[in-house]
Design a protein around this ligand. Sequence first.
Ligand code: PMP
Length: 403
Amino acid sequence: MQSIKSEFPIFENARKEGRSLIFLDNASTTQKPQCVIDAISGFYTGYYANVGRGLYWPATIASASYDQSREKVRAFIGASSKKEVVFTSGTTDAVNKVVNSFLLPQLEQGDEVLVSEMEHHSNFVPWQQACQSKGAQLKVIPLDAELNLDLSELASMLTDNVKILAITAISNTLGVKNDLKKIIKLAHQHNVKVFVDAAQLPLSEKIDVQEMDCDFLAFSGHKVFGPTGIGVLYGKQGLFDKMSPLAYGGGMVQQVSVDKTIMADLPSKHEAGTPNIAGAIGLAAAIDFVNSVGVEEIGRHSAELRKYAVECLSEIEGLTLLAKDAEGTAILSFTVEGIHPHDIAAFLAEKGIAVRAGHHCTHPLIQKLDIAGTVRISFSIYNSEEEVDLLKNTLDEIRSFFL
Ligand code: PMP
């Protein structure tokens, strides 16, 4: 993986500056390969203009590039049409948009919304607040003893009152993967629509929204080697058609008069204002990069590192791994008896090892586990077994320092 790592300039730049950087915080965000940086600066330096308006050459190139980016995303997630792909600013933005345009207009007192105990706040708080504003009920699907979603509980919670099930593909804290095909099939048997928070999914396995049969799915560009400020909301065409626009403004209309506005066709109807053109172009370059390495290869490499880390870290006395048997993901959380997760992260940071400590925006989960938080490591294509060895040795040092 050394040759792939060299495509990410931050590592060579860090080396030149004499800084160590072992980046094990990929669940939070991923580093950027040179091709993504070049694509973004190429837009600004070579053909910068707004999209969908001008007839002059930079505008036509920018418009075509923006459109091609949407096509890249469509193919990346297996959607049947570009009409089902809307650019957002990220996963959080996508959740809020579905809450506002799909859920709220139909939500009434007594209705229910299902989320799980492992949700990120982004896929929890917007649904909770919507329910509270309408006197509806947010119901939380519990986890079983192994910290997997309790499917039998889910089955009993799917009633006629449920308006939507919002579920993560992979827990950003535990690294547990949900069986989405099974969950979605179950929900659809009760006519319940499903929103999938796929923030942690795209580098773990190939997404196929048609096979999955989800109604909505969202992910963020910055977690797939793309830029910040760009994300994707997939929605089935029938639903996107029926929904009122996700936002109102320029670019999403066909005709406006004093009395009336006729909305544009999909997907423009759901994208008001000047979009994040540079972000979409950067995301398309990131998708090209991911495809050139292979999603399966990235997923396999990261999951193998997780497995290796489970083996290595299990040897450390007083260290507890959470959901240690979870398979096929890049994320691993642990606690160490007698040492606060923040102290561990601070010590590791001193050594140039980037990890995350705390609640990982999953307060309900951390409360259920009755812990102060976890230390989370998360892998990507540029990480190696040597880095895991170094982490293990540093954790040994930390134990002798603190205990
Ligand atoms: N859901 C999950 C599972 C996540 O891991 C994250 C990011 N940590 C989000 C949602 C929110 O993503 P963003 O901040 O890019 O909107």
